[in-house]
Each structure stands twice: as structure tokens, then as C-alpha cells.
Design a protein around this ligand. Structure first.
Ligand SMILES: NC(=O)c1ccc[n+]([C@@H]2O[C@H](COP(=O)([O-])OP(=O)(O)OC[C@H]3O[C@@H](n4cnc5c(N)ncnc54)[C@H](O)[C@@H]3O)[C@@H](O)[C@H]2O)c1
Length: 302
């Protein structure tokens, strides 16, 4: 039986739940939020789809003990308005560092033995605090990190070259935040080296745009949901099917001694392997700067 807990049933948590529910990816869901009215509303709205759904799903709510035998927990707690207001995901840092400690303790106390996939921002800092608080091995707690930013980069590059974004390989690395960057040495489009397809100026603009797109979406609707939920669900599927998916996630990187967005293999045990990249010196320096920013905040807040 595939059982998933979702903690934080705001825009993102609810979209993850809906996707899992309607795509037949989970047999049982446990929905948790500190806002009782919100979680009750989502619980009922999801239940009302059952008679027209292709598959049956058991749903429970506000039951921490039910997490004991869950396979995966997706964390999406926070207050998106705090990030949107400041135009920076660090707008939620104090609030979500405290939430991560509270939620991490409750997860640990539940006896949960599975994999945590964190979405809450700032994603790298929160993922690491969750890992520290639960005491789980690092492979069992990871964040969506730059998986979403990489999808945004693939979309932008694809649009510029009139290609399906899935024809674009390569990575946005570092913090899921303002110090992230496109590692152009890794980017290929239909096996053509992207460095040869874009001028330095264009590379710079695309790299910035991958980060800015989040705030463009949030400016119009107050939050983002579809793209991040699709990324999180993809990672859930990779764990369930032991896909050994090669993708960038926020995970502990021994070289930089912090959680940070970097390519890894994701399977049944969570992050099973880091795949070392041959970066240019400039890219390595950018990654080191990004790591310092994350580390500083983890040290201050955990
Ligand atoms: N990693 C990414 O790429 C990415 C993308 C989008 C959003 N996010 C982040 O995901 C989080 C959720 O976004 P959203 O738009 O759904 O926010 P939201 O404000 O709509 O919802 C957050 C929910 O978390 C709940 N919550 C807060 N503290 C809690 C706690 N201690 N225990 C249980 N529930 C708690 C709130 O009641 C609320 O329902 C935010 O931190 C946001 O910045 C990350």
C-alpha cells in the first residue's frame, strides 16, 4: 500500500494532494495542517471526487500517529504571503525554521520510517533543519531544491529554440533562491552544447529568468502551485517505483558541508547517490557562494 503524509495544506500541499489523489499515485493520504478549517475543507473537497475518480483513496486528516507506517511525507508548511511580500524566499526563514523544528519533532515522535520530501522555503535551509531535528540519515530527507528552477530553465531555453523543454538537458544548481545559477557547462539541447547557442548576455538573462519566473507567477496569483506540485509528485513516483531518477534536488553535499541543489539519483531510499559534475571554475565558485549563504542560515537558525 502506498501511503503519503502531506504537512501544510495550503496552495502547494493541496495541489500535491489533488494530483496524487486523481492520478492514482497513492492508496492512502494523511493530510495535516495547523489550520483546522483549511484541512477539513481540503479533506472534504478531495473526498467529493471519489465517486468520479478512477481509483479509490483512503484519506485521513490531522492524525500524526497515522504517519508511523507512511512511505513518504511531503512538507509544504509556511506562509507564502511572507515570501511574496519580500520578493525573497528568505521572507519565510524565521517562521519556517521554527515550523521545521516543530514538525520535525512530531514526525520523529510518530515513529515514521520513510522518506521526507521538503518543499517549504527557503527549501535548502528547511530541508536541513528537518534532517537535523528528525535525526534521520541525510538520504531520507531531501528538498525539491533546483528541480523546479531547472524545469523553468528548460522551458525558457526550449522556447527560445522552439524545442520541447524535455529536449533540454542540464542543471540549475545551488540554492533554491536568489544565489542559484544555470550551470551552462552542463546544458545541452538535442545534444548541442548550449554554450555555443547563446551569447554570454543571453546566458545571464536566462539564468536570472529561471529564478524570477516564480515571482512573476506569484505576482499574478499570489502563489505558485502547478509546477512545484508536478516536481514533487515526480519525486514521489521516483521513490515509489525505485526509478533511480537523475535530477537536481536539495541534498547534503559533503564537499560544501550543507544541503544544496545538486544532481543526484533518487530512488526507494531517497537520495541514493550524488553525481559529481565537472564544473568550470566560475561555476564552482558560484556554488560555493550559494552554499555559504545556506550554511550561514542553517547555523543561525537550527
Ligand atoms: N520549493 C519550491 O520550489 C516551492 C515552490 C512554491 C512554494 N514553496 C513553498 O512551499 C510552502 C507552501 O506554499 P503555499 O503557497 O502552499 O503556502 P500557503 O501559505 O498557502 O500554505 C501554507 C500552509 O502551511 C500551514 N502551516 C504553517 N505552519 C504549519 C505547521 N507548523 N504545521 C502544519 N501546517 C502549517 C498553514 O496553515 C498553511 O495552510 C511555502 O514555504 C512556499 O514558499 C516552495
Amino acid at each position: 500500500m502506498r501511503k503519503i503524509g502531506i504537512i501544510g495544506m495550503g496552495h502547494v500541499g493541496a495541489t500535491v494532494a489533488y494530483t496524487l489523489f486523481t492520478h492514482g499515485i497513492a492508496d492512502e493520504l494523511v493530510l495535516i495542517d495547523k489550520d483546522e478549517d483549511k484541512v477539513t475543507a481540503e479533506y472534504n473537497d478531495l473526498h467529493d471526487t471519489l465517486a468520479r475518480n478512477n481509483t479509490f483513496v483512503n484519506v485521513r486528516m490531522q492524525d500524526w500517529d497515522a504517519l508511523k507506517d507512511a512511505d513518504i511525507i511531503v512538507t509544504a508548511f509556511g506562509d507564502i504571503a511572507a515570501s511574496v511580500k519580500t520578493g525573497d524566499r528568505f521572507g519565510e526563514v524565521k517562521l519556517n525554521a521554527a515550523n521545521a523544528k516543530e514538525v520535525g519533532k512530531k514526525i520523529k515522535d510518530s515513529g515514521f520510517k520513510g522518506i521526507i520530501i521538503n518543499i517549504s522555503n527557503p527549501c535548502d535551509v528547511v530541508s536541513q533543519i528537518l534532517q537535523k531535528t528528525t535525526g534521520f540519515k541525510e538520504n531520507r530527507v531531501f528538498g525539491t531544491g533546483t528541480f523546479l528552477d531547472t524545469a523553468r530553465m528548460q522551458r525558457i531555453v526550449g522556447e527560445k529554440l522552439n524545442q520541447d523543454p524535455r529536449n533540454v538537458e542540464g542543471f540549475v544548481l545551488g540554492e533554491h533562491g536568489s544565489s542559484q545559477f544555470t550551470a551552462w557547462s552542463t546544458v545541452r539541447v538535442n545534444n548541442k552544447i548550449a554554450l555555443q547557442l547563446f551569447s554570454e548576455d543571453e546566458q545571464e538573462k536566462i539564468s536570472e529568468q529561471s529564478n524570477k519566473n516564480a515571482f512573476l507567477v506569484a505576482k499574478g496569483k499570489g502563489y505558485t502551485s502547478y509546477a512545484i506540485a508536478t516536481c514533487a509528485v515526480r519525486l514521489v513516483e521516483a521513490v515509489f517505483s525505485d526509478a533511480r531518477l537523475y535530477c537536481p534536488v536539495s541534498t547534503y553535499n559533503p564537499e560544501f558541508k550543507t544541503y544544496i541543489g545538486y544532481p543526484a539519483i533518487v530512488g526507494r531510499d531517497g537520495v541514493e547517490e550524488l553525481i559529481p559534475l565537472k564544473l568550470t571554475e566560475e561555476e564552482r565558485n558560484k556554488l560555493a557562494t550559494s552554499a555559504d549563504k545556506i550554511k550561514e542560515n542553517v547555523d543561525k537558525l537550527s
